[in-house]
Ligand binder design. Structure first.
Ligand SMILES: [Zn+2]
Length: 145
């Protein structure tokens, strides 16, 4: 057998032939190599391909992270919209904007404006307190110019 330089291109050609035919004997005969060598190069090529796929993962991951971030942002927007709607409803119940003339707890009419208070959920509110039971409600401050 004449000396033949075995290049990477040659090995790849053998491996591709083997992969397309799935016939190791035929491939070995066609390229005049041993079947063991065909298996060996095939395994080597497979590992190399898997490795190169693994190495390309960070690039793909960035893409999916961008998409994931986008999805999470959309979910967050939806959630905060829902939260805002719900807390507005709660706020309407807890902080009536109508004029208060009776204590909501003891129904006494002996109530007074007890200063403006900064609330975490609604900002500045007028506090109205009951002189009888000290119960307070916080109502929206009417903007008067
Ligand atoms: Zn009261």
């Amino acid at each position: 057998m004449a000396y033949r330089k075995i290049t990477g291109e040659f090995k790849l050609e053998v491996v591709k032939e083997y992969w397309s035919t799935s016939n190791v004997s035929q491939t070995a005969r066609k390229y005049a190599v041993s079947r063991d060598v065909v298996y060996e190069w095939s395994d080597f090529a497979q590992k190399a391909i898997l490795e190169s796929f693994a190495n390309s993962t960070p690039g793909k991951r960035t893409v999916s992270l961008v998409e994931e971030t986008k999805n999470l942002r959309e979910q967050l927007t939806e959630l905060s919209n829902t939260y805002r709607r719900l807390s507005q409803k709660l706020g309407e119940a807890t902080f009536p904007s109508e004029v208060v003339s009776n204590c909501r707890k003891c129904n006494s009419e002996n109530i007074w404006k007890n200063g403006k208070v900064y609330t975490k959920s609604h900002g500045l509110r007028q506090r109205i307190s009951c002189r009888v039971c000290s119960f307070s409600v916080y109502i929206a401050i009417k903007k008067t110019l």
